[in-house]
Design a protein around this ligand. Structure first.
Ligand code: A2P
Length: 272
């Protein structure tokens, strides 16, 4: 399975689907999951300092036969490490755990009030040093992005947010498109919620796909990069097999009706 890539605003290319690894903490399960994903064609792996699995992902990738240049590795700075005195050293620990000299994408995990501005300066230093090919943010609303774009030297290449057919965020998608910020979708399967929804079931039947594949394909159709998490081999394979069909206009209209502002995770809207 060859996964198409999207060009980020600062130049590098990112595979249009990645493996989400939140809640995969057990060492043998994590090693096995990453190896299964590699066998199925995944080259894009999304982790974070707080996931507590960077070391296992690093080990699985290092011991694979895949060339580092063919991998796309993302990690995220946890909020306790936003302090200027901690950010760089925490990032160096992440690199050690991931057994690499650079990440492809480094994100600030949350729009932490006040601290996120100085943290972004440190992110820019990391980008300057070449140890992160691209830098970006996660869980930022339009308001958080507007503030960042006003005083940044390097613009964020990516905003990773919760996004799925039950939480479509059309305004945020439009804003990011206009500003050249790629959107990554975490929990693109809404954490398993709604997989038996009749609208999804009807489209799944029409396209001879699963409801999960319809949800993931929707992300691609709206220009987002889904990061589905699974530790089940058959689902890992299923979740990358979404590039041999497209959703047509009538499908997209039907899916629009599923938008319910349904969050499975926290809501960053109130964060000043
Ligand atoms: P599992 O890891 O046991 O396969 P999200 O990425 O939206 O957070 O969703 C992750 C959840 O969805 C996990 O519970 C995962 O279970 C489940 N899941 C992942 N892929 C599929 C799939 N193709 N079909 C059904 N459930 C899936």
């Amino acid at each position: 399975m060859t996964v198409p890539k999207t060009k980020l605003s600062n130049g590098p290319y990112i595979p249009q689907v990645g493996l989400g690894t939140w809640q995969i903490k057990d060492k043998s399960e994590c090693l096995q999951t990453v190896r299964t994903a590699l066998e199925n064609g995944y080259r894009h792996f999304d982790t974070a300092q707080i996931y507590d699995n960077e070391q296992y992902i690093g080990e699985a990738l290092k011991t694979s036969e895949i060339n580092r240049n063919d991998l796309f590795i993302t990690t995220k700075i946890w909020l306790l490490n936003f302090l200027s005195t901690r950010l760089l050293s925490s990032f160096e620990k992440s690199l050690n755990k991931l057994q690499t000299d650079h990440v492809d994408l480094l994100l600030l995990h949350f729009p932490v009030p006040k601290l996120r501005h100085s943290a972004w300066k440190k992110m820019e230093e990391i980008a300057d040093s070449g140890r992160a090919n691209s830098i970006g943010v996660s869980n930022y609303t339009i308001r958080h992005l507007e503030r960042l774009l006003k005083d940044c030297r390097i613009r964020p290449a990516v905003n990773q947010v919760e996004l799925h057919v039950f939480l479509q965020q059309p305004e945020l998608l439009k804003y990011c498109e206009v500003e050249g910020i790629a959107v990554e979708a975490y929990s693109p399967l809404a954490h398993g919620y709604g997989l038996t929804n009749p609208v999804l079931a009807k489209l799944a039947k029409k396209h001879s796909k699963s409801t999960a594949q319809i949800m993931l394909r929707w992300c691609v159709e709206v220009g987002a990069i889904p990061l589905p998490k699974s530790t089940t081999a058959s689902r890992i394979a299923e979740n990358i097999d979404i590039f041999d069909f497209t959703l047509d206009e009538s499908d997209l209209i039907a899916l629009r009706g599923l938008n319910a502002n349904h969050r499975t995770s926290w809501d960053p809207t109130p964060i000043p």
